[in-house]
Design a protein around this ligand. Structure first.
Ligand code: FE2
Ligand code: FE2
Length: 335
């Protein structure tokens, strides 16, 4: 153990969140950080009493179907720890002050989205799915659909943590792009179609957040792309496909890759969607879902093309591109 020479500057261990450091020159990031603070909203301003009142006028199956949908959504809006982890990494790697600030606001946003899921489930079918007592085969299968979706979420979380050992932060955050683009489209469509005013408000506000999250990934891409080598660009291409595969469970239909689901998943899912629709809960039909993905693909693709990042192929949507294979370990996308 050598003597410490206190007359010199200390050498900090790396990576480490110390020393604190601030920079005020990334104006684009500062603008986005300020916008994030301005656009905050409170999930408790949604009139949940009114939602409960509406729920009391619905059939049990309709209430179940709406709780079911929010439960599936929560698989993707369980993103508070995802961004909290990104915050720690952002500090360890001494990212720009404003970028770290934005990450903290996204963490808070995602927590709010998760609260909305919980409050919506609680208002429709208290205790679903763990305290739920299914009364027939359909109800039991719907409950299992949710639980197995969450099981896949657990697989995703493991891959996500591992991803930090393999990818640079630029590549990681750019990987969120597809998910945020999809989220923006989904919530905008849902808010326009919703006949239940309180849900429409929740979706509208969420869409505002997701639009800003997309803007964040866009910022990272535009500021970091010039530093990316071909290998990293290929990883982004792969992550765009992974984003589609992961989020399609709620925004389209789950592709064969990655997902481990009960054999009845799609059939029961369609029945739940129809039941929810019959209660005035707008869920886009398959055609609208495909259209929403096409819009997202075009949006992400036009940005990526500018930086020489190729798009993967989406045979499901009839879109050709790079053939990439995504495996369980490749899942880092986020909503
Ligand atoms: Fe979200
Ligand atoms: Fe998001």
């Amino acid at each position: 153990m050598s003597e410490i020479d206190y007359s010199l500057d200390p050498v900090y261990p790396e990576p480490n969140v110390y020393p604190p450091r601030w920079n005020f020159d990334n104006e684009k990031a500062w603008q986005l950080y300020r916008r994030a603070k301005r656009e905050q909203w409170d999930e408790e301003d949604i009139n949940w009493d009114r939602v409960r009142e509406i729920a009391s006028g619905l059939d049990r199956k309709q209430r179940l179907a709406i709780a079911y949908w929010w439960s599936l959504l929560s698989n993707f809006d369980n993103a508070t720890p995802v961004f909290a982890h990104a915050v720690i990494k952002g500090f360890e790697h001494h990212l720009d002050t404003a970028v770290r600030g934005i990450l903290t606001t996204i963490t808070y946003d995602e927590n709010r989205h998760n609260m909305v899921c919980g409050l919506a489930i609680d208002s429709m079918m208290r205790g679903f799915p763990f305290q739920f007592k299914p009364q027939d085969d359909l109800e039991r299968k719907a409950m299992l659909n949710v639980e197995w979706t969450w099981y896949n979420g657990a697989r995703y979380w493991k891959a996500y943590l591992e991803a930090y050992k393999k990818y640079t932060l630029d590549v990681l955050f750019t990987s969120f792009m597809m998910g945020e683009a999809a989220a923006t489209t989904v919530f905008t469509t849902m808010s326009r179609g919703a006949k239940l005013e309180e849900f429409s408000k929740a979706f509208r506000n969420t869409a505002v957040d997701e639009t800003r999250h997309y803007a964040f990934t866009h910022l990272i891409m535009t500021q970091g792309a010039s530093r990316m080598n071909d290998e990293q660009k290929r990883l982004v291409t792969k992550q765009v496909r992974a984003g589609f595969v992961f989020l399609s469970l709620i925004t389209y239909r789950p592709p064969k890759e990655f997902w481990k689901l009960p054999p009845w998943f799609e059939e029961v899912n369609e029945r739940m969607e129809d039941l929810a629709r019959s209660a005035g809960f707008h869920i886009p039909d398959l055609k609208e879902k495909e259209e929403a993905w096409r819009t997202a693909v075009i949006r992400v693709g036009s940005t990526l093309a500018r930086y020489g990042v190729k798009m993967p192929s989406f045979p499901e949507l009839g879109i050709t591109g790079e053939e990439v294979e995504v495996s369980e370990e490749d899942f880092v996308p986020i909503f």
